[in-house]
Ligand binder design. Structure first.
Ligand code: GUN
Ligand code: ZN
Length: 372
């Protein structure tokens, strides 16, 4: 195997059922990647994460380069060993997190200089350094350093930002050391503009990557606009490589994006909102802190097989959150990740069975019913 493998197993409309092969194992797609920013999926052991069906985690260059540093992770055997996760890992390149988290950023052709949100120390991130850090982490899927074009942006702004990302993509590819079972993904930018997205796809395809991410979405443009961007971008992308929609999303976003040909996703939604008491259920979302759950004997979701739903009532989970007990965030995170993996499993099966529209439409209708 050179790079990472991708087998397209079935299609149904534009929806795709596939398999990504890496040095640390395979990933059935469409796939959802839980976010393990600081070498941990917050509130979960890796055994618990694996038990939900997750086959790949996302790690973050930005956080790990600041603490404990890439050098320390490498010294302790790489990210898989460090965090006790022997399945595949994808790492984001840091550009997006610099923009959203750090202080005092300065962008140049060379890269980005920023102050750490932890201690104010100064750091420099270039395409070459980002790739080198991701190698030190031993990431299976390395992401190019890019600039996530903010929303809103004029077409001229989106164009110059996208072109910078394309020059950085070239430098990222040149810095990437190819090894069997390890791959590099390019990131399509271009805002909401068809011509910019088309130029970006062409530039990346020309360089040649193991997979292609779609960046710059879920940044405030709204679901309808995001779907419109996917509608004009996806048909331009090569069919024989995985497509990864970065930072997305809610269950309805995942269904709509799989319908539009996306294979991979990551989002903090299930983990972050689980810690604050929001649970994703077949009929939408519930906030377990709400008083209406205090005396409820039912599980969060009667169709869920996770430990929170198998063993505990909504009333108990409500109590844990009211009492600030740490088991509350743990159980809701577990449930939400289980729910997201169930959703992906259901979509994979539907594509294989050739009834994706029927199944997806029924799930969308239930999401809109609301919890009762
Ligand atoms: N995460 C969410 N969106 C983006 C993006 O556009 N670029 C990168 N690198 N990460 C992201
Ligand atoms: Zn559950």
């Amino acid at each position: 195997m050179t790079g990472i493998g991708f087998d397209l197993l079935a299609t149904d409309g534009r929806a795709r059922r596939g398999r990504v092969t890496t040095a640390h194992g395979t990933i059935e797609t469409p796939a959802f990647m839980p976010v393990g920013t600081a070498a941990t999926v917050k509130a979960m052991t890796t055994d618990a994460v694996a038990s939900t069906g997750a086959e790949i985690l996302l790690g973050n260059t930005y956080h790990l380069m600041l603490r404990p540093t890439a050098e320390r992770v490498a010294q302790l055997g790489g990210l898989h060993r460090f965090m006790n996760w022997d399945k595949p890992i994808l790492t984001d390149s840091g550009g997006f997190q610099v923009m959203s988290l750090s202080d005092l950023r300065t962008m140049s052709e060379e890269g980005v200089t920023f102050k750490s949100h932890l201690d104010g120390s100064r750091h420099h991130l270039t395409p070459e350094r980002s790739i080198q850090i991701q190698h030190m982490l031993d990431s299976n899927i390395t992401m190019c350093l890019d600039e996530c074009t903010p929303f809103p942006a004029t077409e001229a702004q989106a164009e110059s930002s996208m072109r910078l990302s394309m020059r950085w993509a070239r430098r990222s590819k040149d810095a990437f050391v190819e090894r069997p079972g390890y791959g590099l993904f390019g990131i399509v930018q271009g805002g909401i503009y068809p011509e910019q997205r088309a130029e970006s796809v062409a530039a990346l395809t020309d360089i040649g990557f193991d997979g292609y991410a779609i960046g710059g979405l879920a940044v405030g443009e709204g679901q309808e606009t995001m779907f419109r961007v996917l509608d004009f971008t996806e048909p331009l992308m090569v069919k024989d490589r995985p497509r990864y929609l970065m930072g997305v999303g809610r269950p309805s976003d995942l269904i709509g994006a799989v319908r539009r040909g996306v294979d991979m996703f990551d989002c903090v939604m299930p983990t972050r909102s689980g810690r604050t008491g929001q649970a994703f259920v077949r009929r939408g979302t519930i906030n377990i802190r709400n008083a209406r759950h205090a005396h409820d004997e039912r599980p969060l979701d009667s169709e869920c097989g996770c430990p929170a739903c198998r063993s505990y009532s909504r009333g108990y989970l409500h109590h844990l959150f009211k009492a600030d007990e740490m088991l509350g965030p743990m159980l809701l995170t577990w449930h939400n990740l289980h729910y997201y993996q169930d959703l992906m499993r259901t979509m994979r099966q539907a594509i294989a069975d050739g009834n994706f529209e029927e199944v997806a439409g029924a799930m969308e209708a239930r999401l809109n019913e609301g919890d009762i």
